[in-house]
Design a protein around this ligand. Structure first.
Ligand SMILES: NC(=O)c1ccc[n+]([C@@H]2O[C@H](COP(=O)([O-])OP(=O)(O)OC[C@H]3O[C@@H](n4cnc5c(N)ncnc54)[C@H](OP(=O)(O)O)[C@@H]3O)[C@@H](O)[C@H]2O)c1
Length: 238
């Protein structure tokens, strides 16, 4: 049985990816805190979707979730960590920075680790993290979010290296989206892709087991500029 798990599938990219995976996988396990949204997705294909209400910042419950899934499904082929939060924080208040660190850094490491060790035990598996183009440079308006995405990108690259050396067949993919039209995007801006289009490109990257993919592909140009722009220039435009 081919099984996929999407952590953070109640809305946006995770939700659209769940719909695509439902075509090719026997079971798609979807998680998130908003039970009503999980149930809406499950209702579209009850035999395919398995819904688990879960808050990734409750770290002990992450162990429980994985133990439960191992008992219920025996193996999981693909695990996608799509959960993420991040708000502008002009006044640098701790209360705004903390949830970003809890979700995008601490919980991400917890889930990445559980996924990697599950794959090591079962002998194979594919872990996909969704970092961001934001991982490339800093941003004075949303500092914790940009730093958290840099952390994710580096952590995923480390796991990719580990996977390459492992006796088990472990693949790791870092997805770096530009702007995607979800609640996280905070309004319309340039080069904004629909969540459907982003999910399609993400699924293509998953199928070809890419190490890293920019979504949409044209963001590769922005990445080139960002990587090479001096801070003095970047400062003027951000
Ligand atoms: N949209 C963009 O422009 C963009 C660009 C680059 C990267 N990304 C990344 O893409 C990923 C998906 O975001 P999105 O754009 O699809 O936004 P979204 O629609 O807001 O989706 C965020 C998902 O994260 C889940 N989540 C948040 N906190 C959680 C928690 N404590 N426990 C479990 N799940 C939690 C949400 O589920 P619940 O609220 O139901 O828990 C939701 O399913 C994020 O990692 C984001 O940083 C987005």
């Amino acid at each position: 049985m081919k099984t996929a798990l999407i952590i953070g599938a109640t809305s946006g990219i995770g939700k659209e990816l769940a719909k695509l995976l439902a075509v090719d996988y026997d079971k798609v396990i979807i998680t998130g805190r908003r039970e009503n949204l999980l149930q809406e997705i499950k209702a579209t294909n009850p035999s395919k979707f398995e819904a688990k209400v879960h808050d990734v910042t409750d770290l002990d419950s992450c162990d429980v979730l994985f133990e439960t899934l191992k008992n219920e499904f025996k193996t999981i082929d693909l695990i996608v960590y799509s959960s993420g939060v991040g708000d502008p924080n002009y006044d640098l208040t701790w209360e705004k920075e903390l949830p970003t660190l809890q979700t995008n850094v601490i919980a991400a490491v917890k889930i990445y680790g559980l996924a990697y060790n599950l794959f090591r035990k079962q002998g194979y598996g594919h872990l996909v993290g969704i970092s961001s183009i934001a991982s490339i440079r800093g941003n004075r308006h949303v500092p914790a979010y940009f730093a958290s995405k840099a952390f994710q990108a580096n952590y995923l690259e480390s796991l990719w290296m580990k996977g390459k050396r492992s006796k088990a067949k472990i693949y790791v993919t870092d997805i770096q989206p530009g702007f995607v039209n979800t609640s996280m995007a905070l309004g319309k801006t340039f080069w904004m892709a629909s969540a459907e289009k982003a999910a399609k490109q993400i699924y293509m990257a998953i199928k070809s087991k890419k190490k890293k993919a920019y979504v949409t592909k044209r963001w590769r140009l922005v990445v080139f500029v960002l990587k090479n722009a001096p801070s003095s220039l970047l400062f003027k435009f951000t």
